[in-house]
Ligand binder design. Structure first.
Ligand code: XMP
Length: 424
């Protein structure tokens, strides 16, 4: 993306919980906007050549911040400033200030972003080659399509199927990116390898570690097989950058993608085409690029996949049971229109519990599946979704009918905190 082509507005974040919301609102006006911490010095602010400053005060995690003063003396910067914390403002007042008072140009559009992102990838990679770990999620998918447009055959995409994907996912990734987009996607069924390493392991953190390490190993081998490309393309998005800035460089979320940086591969550079986009914007870019809605609007899926949703030891049989139950639940949520706005994340968990049931006049002893649906903005806190009982009943009947290894279905009615979203 070429920032120099657009007028920029800077939101100075005084720890306000709504700073990202203000930035998103400004971007919806087709105005390019960045969030800087209130501690940003004059040079850092002026480097963006802002046409306006928006001071966003408030409370973050219960901490009062109204008394905080910025490091830079803002008045001497000579930039028109609106103080959202003290001014009697509304969203409309903010729009009016930016557009009419400051005359900020409204030229930052999804189409402009796409064209500039493609140019930027081309400029950075030059005549080199790049590698990308495709996870099937929206961020890596958008990166792949942009990089493919920029680099063509000089891009290698690797999709590692660790055997912990949801039902139909590996097939969909292949059909969309090889079929529709014509990419040379290297799709690998590495499930034997992962499940072999995971045999007998029950501790959730050990499972995560094994999956993460094995992923890097497979990815390194693939990088090597592809002739060790110079650049790694990664789907880092803007909240990751803002949050790490706020926490003194530490990641707010400790766990992230299994496809974390393979440290042993020496890349000449890292390409992060989405690092100034919010998730919603990534989804809009995805739709504009022709990525199907099933991927563009897909709920987040953890790197270790079903590995942290199948309690206890991971076996192919248990994972298959979970895949079926999960697919039934997800389909029902989507067809009832709960996916997205109402349920940010929804999935099935195969518990380690087995209990007595009855089928065809005979006793059964089978698994309990737990269903989970939560609503959240930031995934740091979440509320369980009050799904209609008739929907839950339909899902329960369908799962126990179609998945004979399950004879009991429960719904998780715990929010975060005290629970986490995932069970492991
Ligand atoms: P929790 O369970 O901590 O999850 O409430 C918060 C969000 O993070 C996702 N999650 C992960 N994502 N690797 C990931 O890439 C992981 O190990 C992992 N664990 C949890 C979870 O799905 C939710 O969106």
């Amino acid at each position: 993306m070429d920032k120099s082509k657009h007028d920029t507005v800077v939101v100075l974040d005084f720890g306000a919980i709504n700073s990202q919301a203000a930035a998103k609102r400004i971007r919806k006006l087709n105005i390019y906007c960045e969030v800087l911490p209130y501690t940003a010095n004059e040079d850092r602010i002026m480097a963006l050549n802002p046409k306006a400053l928006v001071l966003q005060r408030g409370a973050r995690c219960g901490e009062a911040t109204l008394g905080r003063e910025p490091a830079a003396d803002l008045t001497k910067l000579g930039i028109p400033t609106i103080d959202m914390g003290t001014a009697d403002y509304t969203d409309e007042a903010l729009d009016d200030f930016l557009i009419r008072t400051c005359g900020v140009r409204q030229d930052w559009t999804i189409e402009a972003f796409i064209n500039e992102a493609i140019d930027a990838i081309r400029a950075q990679v030059g005549d080199g080659r790049a590698l990308l770990a495709m996870s099937g999620g929206v961020d890596s998918s958008v990166c792949a399509v942009l990089a493919h447009r920029a680099l063509g055959d000089r891009l290698t995409c690797v999709f590692v199927d660790h055997g912990l994907m949801r039902k139909g996912e590996p097939e969909e990734v292949a059909s969309v990116f090889q079929g529709k987009f014509g990419m040379a996607l290297r799709s690998l069924d590495a499930s034997d390898r992962f499940l072999g390493k995971l045999a007998g392991v029950t501790d959730p953190e050990r499972k995560r570690k094994i999956i993460g390490e094995e992923f890097i190993r497979v990815f390194e081998e693939e990088a090597h097989a592809a002739g060790d490309p110079d650049y790694l393309i990664q789907g880092t998005i803007y909240p990751d950058i803002i949050e790490s800035g706020w926490d003194g460089g530490k990641k707010v979320k400790a766990h992230h993608n299994v496809g974390g940086l393979p440290e042993k591969i020496n890349f000449k550079g890292l390409v992060e085409p989405l690092k100034y986009l919010f998730k919603d914007e990534v989804r809009q870019v995805a739709l504009a690029l022709g990525i199907p809605t099933s991927i563009a609007l897909r709920q987040p899926f953890p790197g270790p996949g079903l590995g942290v949703r199948c309690i206890g030891e991971l076996t192919r049989e248990k994972l298959d049971i979970l895949r079926e139950a999960d697919a039934i639940f997800r389909a029902e949520i989507v067809s009832a229109g709960f996916g997205g706005k109402e349920a940010s994340q929804y999935f099935a968990v195969l518990t380690a519990n087995r209990s007595v049931g009855v089928a065809n006049d005979a006793r059964t002893y089978a698994y309990t599946v737990a269903l989970r649906a939560v609503n959240t903005n930031d995934f740091m806190t979440a509320k369980f979704v009050k799904l209609p009982m008739d929907l839950l009943e339909r899902v329960s009947i369908a799962i126990t009918e179609k998945v004979p290894q399950v004879n009991r279905v429960v719904y998780d009615i715990t929010s975060k905190p005290p629970a986490t979203i995932e069970w492991e």
